[in-house]
Design a protein around this ligand. Sequence first.
Ligand code: NAD
Ligand code: LMR
Length: 445
Amino acid sequence: MKLEKQSVVIAGGGSTYTAGIVMMLIENQEKFPLRQLKFYDNDEERQSIVAKACEVIVKERAPEIDFLATTDPKEAFTDVDFVMAHIRVGGLSMREKDEKIPLKYGVVGQETCGPGGMAYGMRSIPGVVELIDYMETYSPNAWMLNYSNPAEIVAEATRRMRPNAKIINICDMPVAIKKSIAEIVGLENESDIVDRYYGLNHFGWWTEMTDKQGNDLMPKLKEHLVNYGYAAAGGEENPLLEESSWMDTFQKAKDVYAVDPTTVPNTYLKYYLYPDYVVAYADPNYTRANEVMDNREKNVFAECERIAAAQTAEDTTIEAGEHAEFIVQLAGALAYNTYERMLLIVKNEGAIANLDDDAMVEVPCLVSKRGYEPLSMGKIPHFQKGMIEQQVAVEKLVVDAFEEHSYQKLWQAMTLSKTVPSASVAKQILDEMIEANGEWWPKLT
Ligand code: NAD
Ligand code: LMR
């Protein structure tokens, strides 16, 4: 069957992930053919570094695709079928502050977890909502696949502020973990794993995993987890594990697993279950933002500049990342009705039976032309339910704070977070974050 060609705009064209996504799109022309590929960013200079290289890549490997990079929303969002959005409002320099301010007070400093995630959420909400508005104005039938972080807070905000928008929020972390799991249990590919999973973004648990024939993978996986976490596997296969901070996170899953050996955890739970350990091993002067700026950002931009100067990408080191793979899968499922089973961040509405309907949960969904249909995960136990409800309340309070410009609500959110020890520490962090975020945040009163 001949597949209809698609038009895609990547919002956040200057992202360190864009070139990898372009490589993935080009490699998947048989599954997800493109007629047009556009980049949109609000930073022309940053985007042009990536765009000049991608123009060469497209010309060399898929010249039939029309390529365009622009900072004009009308040009970018007109005549598109998909918006693939990965913006970072405030950039890596603000990420650095999100991480370093809490650490000063002995609290986890992380991109999406704890006060850093809340600060980033307050910045991201208007940026992502603006992208939705552009899409609805210029291509009202398009789908937005959003992986701008913090995905959980962004999902709650867009649910409230643009309830009818065709946006799906997604995350690559479960895919990255499943890559390691596939290697541990001896499967070739993570897509050979059929799973049952519930929770929030960066905050969930697997209850079942089988292969496509229905064989239970959990006993072998658990035997490994109890000794090594997700590490000691995937070292070469999983690009995340080339970086020391991620190696630690994959190993620490061993201790996260120990807290509830009936389930298999998402790695990010270490920030909530072992915040003291995370802080003890963090360097308050050199955080993940510094690691990304010194490695991924530097390397990607240098390679893009090299390609643009040479006007060839024949020998490029840029690879189609796993981050990109599931985006193509998701877009393909929506375009071609494949009923792919994927973990998405969606409105609960009964998927987790004993949790509020309006919580944004991460659960397996069937994806087709009709959109997504969440699968029922049933009732969850006290331990997970307690943790999830606390975290949902934190995220809802952040969005309340954004909408109402409320200092009180953001203070409550920070106080309630499992990563913060007291209301007084929460207040000190909040006050410093208000200073640091200046115009990025609404003025809180
Ligand atoms: P980056 O800073 O390298 O790139 C982000 C780009 O977004 C920049 O070029 C910036 O100019 C642009 N931008 C910022 N605000 C914008 C706005 N309002 N409108 C248009 N463009 C805007 O960031 P990165 O490290 O490549 O990460 C990009 C995003 O992807 C982040 O939100 C990150 O957290 C997220 N991410 C998501 C996942 C996931 O699976 N959910 C995984 C990894 C990274
Ligand atoms: C990133 O910048 O890659 C994050 O989104 C996740 C990480 O690696 O910290």
